[in-house]
Design a protein. Structure first.
Length: 280
């Protein structure tokens, strides 16, 4: 598995070069790709940067998805029209993963309507990514506070998301597995054991706060991996190891105390959490 420094997930403000420097300093393997910045480099500048990254023993984890697929048709179509250029830029920079998430509720569409809409739109997104050799990771979101936030519930478990991916029907689409959402969905190590390595694009590790009822937990208030023991990180990481997963793993605590740390301290705290999770 690749130790992934995600500056945004830790509240670290860093440009692309600073992110690579921080990753190298603290022993991470991969970082998030700033696709807009990379796309603005000349061929010579980009090759120099990639060569420098290699000298630092740091590679790419993934880039984000710039297409708005969750709302009205016009913004989706506008984003999709620009998407091929974005993907060609990723290919040029040798970034081979893009990830996003699906919301567990909405006010506009019933479950079936939303399912069909996601299949149609994500299939188009996946096709463009596949044309450029890029994998597409989809993360389900599970806390009850978000599930009941809007009128119509939607996919919020591993099984439902796998059904969605199967219906999309593109070979480059897989899961983003997050221990926080795995815990809130009531998923298990046995569910992970049913997967193959190709089914998982990336992994997020978190823990949950103590003394907060599960149904009242808020998505933006998590803990570093292994901090509280509320989430069974041993079962989660152990199941991933057993299936042979070998991609990026990041700490994504969305934690105010971590956000207030200086960059070096936050990167070190996240690394300690990841090592604690693996050691378990």
């Amino acid at each position: 598995m690749q130790l992934h420094l995600s500056c945004g997930a830790l509240g670290i403000k860093a440009d692309q070069r600073q992110a690579v420097e921080l990753a190298a300093k603290h022993g991470y393997d991969v970082v998030d790709a700033n696709a807009a910045w990379l796309g603005g480099r000349s061929d010579g500048e980009l090759q120099d940067f990639l060569g420098w990254m290699k000298s630092q023993n740091v590679g790419w984890a993934m880039a984000g998805l710039p297409v708005d697929f969750r709302g009205e048709e016009a913004p989706f179509r506008d984003g999709l029209a620009k998407f091929p250029d974005y993907c060609r830029g990723l290919k040029r920079a040798k970034v081979d993963k893009v990830t996003t998430w699906i919301l567990p509720s909405n006010d506009m569409w019933t479950y079936r309507q939303n399912f069909d809409l996601h299949v149609t739109r994500m299939r188009e997104i996946a096709r463009v990514l596949d044309d450029n050799g890029v994998r597409f990771g989809i993360e389900y979101v599970a806390p009850r506070t978000l599930l009941v936030a809007k009128h119509y519930p939607f996919a919020h478990t591993m099984a439902e998301t796998r059904e969605l991916i199967a219906e999309i029907g593109r070979p480059n689409v897989g899961l983003v597995l997050d221990s926080w959402h795995w815990y809130h969905a009531g998923d298990s190590a046995a569910d992970i054991a049913k997967l193959e390595p190709k089914d998982v694009v990336s992994v997020d590790l978190n823990d949950a706060p103590v003394n907060v009822p599960k149904g009242e937990m808020v998505d933006g208030k998590r803990e570093l991996p292994g901090a509280t023991g509320v989430i069974d990180v041993k079962a989660f990481v152990g199941a991933l190891e057993k299936i042979g997963y070998h991609g990026p793993v990041r700490a994504e605590p969305f934690n105010e105390a971590v956000r207030q740390m200086p960059p070096d301290q936050a990167a070190d705290a996240a690394m300690s959490g990841l090592k604690k999770a693996f050691a378990s």
